[in-house]
Design a protein. Sequence first.
Length: 293
Amino acid sequence: MERVIRDGIMSFVRESPDNRFPDSGQPYFEEPLIGFAAADDPLFDEFRTIIGPFHLTPAEVMENCYGEGVGEARTVICWILPVARPTRESNRKEERMPSRQWAMTRVHGERFNTLLRMRLVELLRFAGAQAAAPLLSGMWRPVMDSRIGMASTWSERHAAYVAGLGTFSLSDGFITDRGIAHRCGSVITSVPVQPTARTCNDPWSNCLFFRDGSCCQCVRRCPVGAISREGHDKEKCRAYCYGEVRNSAIELYGVTEAGCGLCQTRVPCESRVPAAPERPGGASPVTQGIRPF
């Protein structure tokens, strides 16, 4: 079944007309990364402390969809959809607003990501397995937490971390082997699949700042100072993206969801895990003030 799952995701991303700009035929996303996490991985329980008690476990999602004692969560299938290079290149040029291609990818690309969730659930159920997409289960909702700010009942990024697909960054983004400019998704299933090994040393090791105190390009790219060496100010970022950016995106591009994406482009981690620069004397990694991921 692992091969069926991989082939199903890969072919849908490669062939679906919904993964195309309508005016150019260019894809929103390039070839995906795919990983698997054990549904009973202890990290899913730890997220209830790290993120909040409202964060769901895979078992809770499956039991809600199929019934207590009936829904069986064995594997969490996770994927990364890397934003296509021309879109990233267009957004590199921007200083305040997202490019048109970036805004279209945020709206129509995420709509495609939703279709991918639905397609994978359908594929698994057709094969006789149970399957549910947390974001489509009716259980997903945003949560304003007094301790960590805006959060949600299921984090696609955190599930991808459990599945060995990358680590977190100073900007709270998720750095994978294909970089930080992407969308991600997940589906929970009763099918047992060998978990993908987590090869990173810690939840931040792909980020140059946490690795050795260097870089901070995302700090310089943020137009409203929502990123600093202390981390990501979610409220300042959210106010900008759902205020000025949204209003401008409606006027310029006719879309209501855009995000600026500036901290994900024209940065060393845009499309890869960056190599550490040569540093005189060998700087030690940043270990002070690391917040819960």
